[in-house]
Design a protein. Structure first.
Length: 165
């Protein structure tokens, strides 16, 4: 009986420390470099070569959309938007089970990109980064979606909506 209680305690301890599934998938979802091994200015062909073909949903000459479905409570969508065969914007959306998951995902993404892009700043509830050549924004849309919903956008420097601090 004592061994059974130790085993149950051990399982509970492990499950509590591992967090929600999306917390364990963040490295796989975001990958390396700025986003999944890619960044603003990369070529259309480089995106096709670098991205996982299994996740592709829609290819076009101006946009390529991807989706990674993990479970009924965890799904990711992202798109590369092109101008003159170069990535001009990357849009990422996370769909998670509960509203509170959105806030946790925002914290994880902000921590990750503070290391990559430098210290972020917040204005009107939106988190921003400014890097030479592009801007990034992150916001939690969970309340409106009534589920965990996070949007992250990387765009070229010419995006005037983020220039106004």
């Amino acid at each position: 009986m004592k061994k059974r209680w130790i085993f149950i305690f051990f399982i509970l301890l492990i499950s509590c420390n591992n967090g929600k599934p999306f917390e364990r998938h963040i490295d796989k979802v975001f990958g390396k470099k700025v986003f999944r091994g890619l960044t603003i200015g990369d070529s259309y062909n480089n995106v096709l070569k670098t991205e996982n073909k299994d996740y592709m949903q829609f290819p076009d000459s101006n946009i390529i959309k991807y989706m990674y479905h993990v479970s009924d409570t965890e799904e990711y969508h992202w798109a590369y938007i092109f101008e003159e065969d170069k990535v001009s914007e990357i849009q990422f959306d996370a769909y998670l089970g509960e509203e509170k998951d959105g806030a946790k995902m925002v914290q994880l993404i902000q921590k990750r990109y503070d290391k990559i892009l430098g210290k972020s700043y917040t204005k009107a509830g939106i988190i921003f980064w400014k890097q030479e050549g592009f801007y990034a924004s992150l916001f939690d849309e969970s309340r409106e979606a009534m589920m965990g919903k996070v949007r992250f956008i990387l765009s070229q420097d010419r995006d005037s909506t983020m220039k106004d601090q």
